[in-house]
Design a binder for this molecule. Sequence first.
Ligand code: WTA
Length: 649
Amino acid sequence: MPDRDHGDIFSEEYSKPFLPPDHFKRKALVKDDTPYKEAADDKLAYWAGMAENIDWMKKWDQVLDDSNHPYYKWFVNGKLNVSANCLDRHIENGLGDKKAILFEGEEGDSVSLTYNELLKEVNKFCNVLQDMGVNKGDAVTIWMPMIPEAVVAMLACTRVGALHSVVFGGFSPEALKDRILDSNSKILVTADGAYRRGKVIQMKGAAEEELKECPSLEKVIMVERTNAAHQPQEERDFLWSNLMADAADDFSPVEMDAEDPLFILYSSGTTGKPKGILHTTGGYLVGVNTTFRYVFDYKDEDIFWCTADIGWITGHSYIVYGPLSGGSTIFIYEGTPDYPGKNRFWELIEKYKITVFYTAPTAIRSFMRWGNQFPEKHDLSSLRLLGTVGEPINPEVWIWYHENIGKKNCPIVDTWWQTETGMIMITPLPGVTATKPGSATKPFPGIDADVVDDEGKSTEPGQRGFLVIKSPWPAMLRTLYEDPERYEQTYWNQYQGIYFTGDGAWKDKDGYFWIMGRVDDVLNVSGHRIGTMEVESALVDHKSVTEAAVIGKVHEIKGHAITAFVTLKEGIEGSEELVDELKKHVGKRIGAIARPEEIFFTYELPKTRSGKIMRRLLRDIAENRDLGDVTTLMDPEVVKSIKDDYSDN
Ligand code: WTA
């Protein structure tokens, strides 16, 4: 791939990289390349220095223990508590009356909590958890809308030493059940329902049947958010409000080892079963604290808004643990950007005087399509820094963001990272890095990222390859929950001693990274990771289906749209009704985000002679490309007939 020359896409004004504006650079937390130099000189000393920004109950003996690859340990024998770092120490430093959380609900209701107030809520919930018999190391599942109680529940888990497993509120009850079973959770914290574009979506009430099938589950705690119906079960079910009303508001944070588990977060992989990505305490906190402050240029007066859901890693690291360990003020919004109007986000930025705004390219693509009239109506002058995450951003979309939201005044940090990496890995530092639209630029200080070929050799500028991380970093995943084999297999088997990200990328002559997206069977639909196998398993689970192949078709707004090719059982006819039924079935098994956009019936799927489904060919068909050589297929006629049927449709 040629090095990108912006001159060919953009006007003269945009033909060069974007330098940090002078006014920004002057006040920036990082103004020059010192951290890059320090990290290059002695990486472990650099990370040890970063760890000094955290309060330790006992200091570590060793920064990194790499003697048992790929099971790394960071800050060995260090003791700390994450909630104490996110709450108590700020209060001790005189920030007790500073706002920790500003919240606005979809209906316009609002809540604000100072650090003092948040600590009290967290302490109360710790007492609730303790009374329910939650001990250090127990798992608690959190399935909630975007409300402050979700943050309280997460922080309380870390304070008592329980590990949380937050399940995205949009996942279906069946997906919730699978995750409760896999993590062996004793407690579920949930809500009666969630507001979504003016409607109430039932949560707990919709999951009653599934909850009965979770033997480990002892108690269910429910926040009353919407008055949605549910069937309380005596002895198992409790109301959040009742429990909190009676709970004491002090609780001493439990001393945790740096390597004690902090949370599990399920993420899609290349099989039907989601992976329970396990993060631990010390390294994770050092990683997210450092990146939060450096990448988002921490300022005491910031109002930081990360629009991700708390159920994804972005919500964990940059709604909760990064900003709160940094003593920042976070803004949380419950709803979507288009309800009640398409100006909702801009209205909120104006109202809350948001200074740093971090969102996904898919959202920006929608904003751009809706038109400039929506942001134009609002005063966005409080903004000083913009960010993106989750997928590659098209350069034109980057420019739109820069002009219409940043008013050419705000640097943009395009941050590449993963659930597995825990922290931002490739990113500009906004006061230092010259940015190129569409590139996440360079590895964060202390991160050894590279692009390599099949043999693991660094590629030349412009040459495509695989994105890898060549040495351990503090917030890295430690394993897959109760599945170390899959951990080794997925991340460490491609190359000796090197972490495989699953992304394709190339570097330009200036050493900038350009991420091209997944090279495995994982899709990125509106910034959400969905495994093709997960959707296929859900389809095959339907009584009419024999076999299914799922691909991501390139989609203007969503990045990928899910397209499924389905073979039906003998004697069953494909129909519009069956298409609808199958879409609903996937929605029920996984959640609305995984519902296929298109379903095609075919009498056979294209396979190699060894029986492997050729998804690449299906992608070519769906995206209207030439099929090239198909002679290696078991039955070359199959693709021809699928292609003809598809184009007739
Ligand atoms: C993709 C989200 C290009 C990538 C934090 C990665 C990106 C996957 C970017 C992880 C970016 C994330 N540019 N691609 N700035 N950020 N990705 O686990 O394919 O939900 O592997 O973590 O998103 O998705 P995950």
